[in-house]
Design a protein around this ligand. Sequence first.
Ligand SMILES: Nc1ncnc2c1ncn2[C@@H]1O[C@H](COP(=O)(O)OP(=O)(O)O)[C@@H](O)[C@H]1O
Ligand SMILES: [Mg+2]
Length: 249
Amino acid sequence: MSMKRVAVINLKGGVGKTTTAVNIAACLGQKGRRVLLIDMDPQGNATLHIGVRENGKALLNALQSTTPLPVQDTEFSGLQLVPSGYLLSEARERFSKAMGRDLLLRTLKNSGDNWDWVIFDCPPSIEVLTQMALNASDSLIVPVEASFLGLAGLEQLIMILQETFRTDTVKERIMAVVPCRAHPRRRIHDTMMKELNRIFPGKVAPVVRETVALTEAPQAGKPVIYYSGRSAGAKDYRDVTEWLLEKTG
Ligand SMILES: Nc1ncnc2c1ncn2[C@@H]1O[C@H](COP(=O)(O)OP(=O)(O)O)[C@@H](O)[C@H]1O
Ligand SMILES: [Mg+2]
């Protein structure tokens, strides 16, 4: 089976990128897949969510010398992590967008191919670190907030991706659009879901509801399936993962 390389991307902050990257990675690991989660955001939120504290220097160095990535084992089944931290933000000064874009892919290729899934958590802007992740991935997962502004942000994202890849086949690269932080009983929810299904037929994942366990799990340093296995959040991310596996085989 070939290694899937997936960037979790949206240019908006707070939509659920990190939550989605961490929890899909953990669910895939629990399902017996070998998963590498790469935190490309200098805020290091995915790293903290896994319960790891790091400054990001090792990842910066690896990118600079294209030596193997600083892969760590985690306490979670099937899941390995490349941690990040504030020092990774130096990449913005060190590498230009044009020069930097293929560094991550080269570095990843020098790190072996021991994984079924490699998942990149991206920062919320189109900068060199995001460019690296886009260039290193073969498909995209786009978390989107179920709101009018969420939908507007999605249209912007598609346009920017089209420029980045200089192609209008961006939609084909999208493996899944994941409605996050959803309130299914609000009227806007149905409107939004209809619109998403119209724009991305067959690509809209099961909904992830706004729930307490998902807000609390990062502080505990655990993916939600380990923090509260019976919670709605755990169920929702298991469903999304199951759906992804059915789709991708
Ligand atoms: N479905 C959800 N239910 C409740 N809280 C959520 C949910 N998804 C994300 N959050 C919370 O919202 C905040 C932003 O989510 P995050 O995944 O960090 O977004 P991003 O990476 O896009 O900036 C975090 O505090 C996170 O715990
Ligand atoms: Mg994030």
